[in-house]
Ligand binder design. Structure first.
Ligand code: PGA
Length: 220
């Protein structure tokens, strides 16, 4: 069971205070780049929010696997829906980032999920098939199913919707699947108890130490 906190473009909580509050609970945090070192130094399991496929080069605004590894970062999120929606990330780009990060020895959380319009049009499976179809199984790869309509909206997928989507994703690629989208302390236990739900990717609720620790506890 993995519970990962995606801080997005927020400074987030104090890494040392978070580390102390987590105790032995398994966790991942993905802070903004400026706080990676602080999180590593505090002893947190630290991932980046994105990673490029080349080791170095003329790629303004990007960061490479060895650069992250030099900081002690052990993984990266790729293909988050905010990257896809606002920054033009494509399935092919997500696949390249994933492949390179895994080859470099990073763990990867690759995000997939349908928009509200796609779900209403009955296209959820088609979208997931396309997004998952570019990925290959790897021992250090996990998928995060994040229905776009549930991210930052307070609208959580029902446990049944999550279970169905996770089971479908696993039928395409036999990997652990995390659920993401308005996971909070009060809904974490029921979501995480679904048989095909292998953890959570938490946005807003990971910015508060008490709520993130409560979700990590629900997952442990
Ligand atoms: P949320 O974000 O928990 O704030 O809905 C989840 C995510 O985007 O990973």
């Amino acid at each position: 069971m993995i519970v990962a906190g995606n801080w997005k473009m927020f400074d987030g909580p104090d890494p040392r205070a978070l580390r102390a509050a987590l105790g032995d609970l398994p966790h991942v945090v993905a802070p903004p780049y400026t706080r990676l070192r602080e999180c590593v130094d505090a002893g947190l399991t630290t991932y980046a929010q994105n990673v490029h496929w080349e080791s170095e080069g003329a790629f303004t605004g990007e960061i490479s696997p060895p650069m992250l590894q030099a900081l002690g970062v052990t993984g990266a999120i790729v293909g988050h829906s905010e990257r896809r929606q606002f920054f033009g990330e494509t399935d092919e780009g997500v696949a390249k980032r994933t492949r390179a990060a895994l080859a470099a020895g990073l763990n990867v959380i690759a995000c997939v999920g349908e928009t509200e319009a796609q779900r209403e049009a009955g296209e959820t499976e088609e979208v997931l098939r396309r997004q998952v179809g570019v990925l290959e199984a790897h021992p250090n790869l996990v998928i995060a199913y994040e229905p776009v309509w549930a991210i930052g909206t307070g609208k959580t997928a029902t446990p049944e919707i999550a279970q169905d989507a996770h089971a479908f994703i696993k039928s395409l690629l036999d990997l652990p699947v995390l659920y993401g989208g308005s996971v909070k302390p009060d809904n974490a236990a029921v979501l995480l108890s679904q048989p095909a739900v292998d953890g959570a990717l938490v946005g807003g609720a990971s910015l508060d130490i008490d709520s993130f620790v409560a979700i990590c506890r629900a997952g442990s």
